[in-house]
Design a protein around this ligand. Structure first.
Ligand SMILES: [Zn+2]
Ligand SMILES: [Zn+2]
Length: 171
């Protein structure tokens, strides 16, 4: 059933997204071999995480029968605070994209159940990117793996100060 992908890289059509919606109807109809999308997507703050710069989205799209295969990467700087010690955290997220979206069908499974990223032959790159970024944010993000947190007694940040309470067992 599925067609084998044989096109050289030069057969890709490069698209610079502006409205963040890419027409993939030609791809799904078999008129094109593949699409490469590079887009910058602003991301609204999500669960205490702020994205000061737009996400750099690079996607390679390919039709496989009834499916749209989406592979690529998303890179976005993020700012938040440590869930344990409340120190500022500033780093970047790198999200690997490897998704298959059913063309035309309403999406019930996977990370896209809330809204349809593919409607009427148009892929909503912004919606896709935002959903993938938000689902990749870990719960309880820490400034470092072994963050010692804040002393519940005296309120000192145990990463920088060894408070007197350390080692006390009786309460
Ligand atoms: Zn911390
Ligand atoms: Zn203490």
């Amino acid at each position: 059933m599925g067609r084998v992908w044989r096109a050289p890289a030069g057969a890709f059509l490069y698209v610079m997204g502006s409205a963040h919606k890419i027409d993939v109807s030609g791809l799904l109809a078999g008129n094109r071999r593949g699409l490469v999308v590079d887009d910058l997507v602003p991301v609204a703050p999500f669960e205490g995480v702020v994205f000061p710069e737009a996400a750099a989205v690079h996607l390679e799209l390919q039709a496989a029968g009834e499916l749209l295969e989406i592979k690529g990467t998303i890179d976005v700087p993020r700012r938040t605070e440590c869930a344990r010690c409340l120190a500022a955290v500033a780093d970047s997220m790198h999200v690997k994209v490897d998704e298959q979206v059913e063309a035309g069908a309403s999406l019930q499974d996977g990370p896209f159940e809330e809204s349809s990223v593919l409607t009427a032959g148009r892929l909503d790159v912004a919606d896709l990117a935002v959903q993938l970024i938000c689902s990749a944010i870990p719960i309880g993000l820490l400034c470092k793996e072994d963050c010692k947190g804040i002393c519940p007694r005296c309120g000192e940040n145990r990463n920088s100060t060894e408070c007197e309470c350390n080692g006390e067992t009786s309460g």
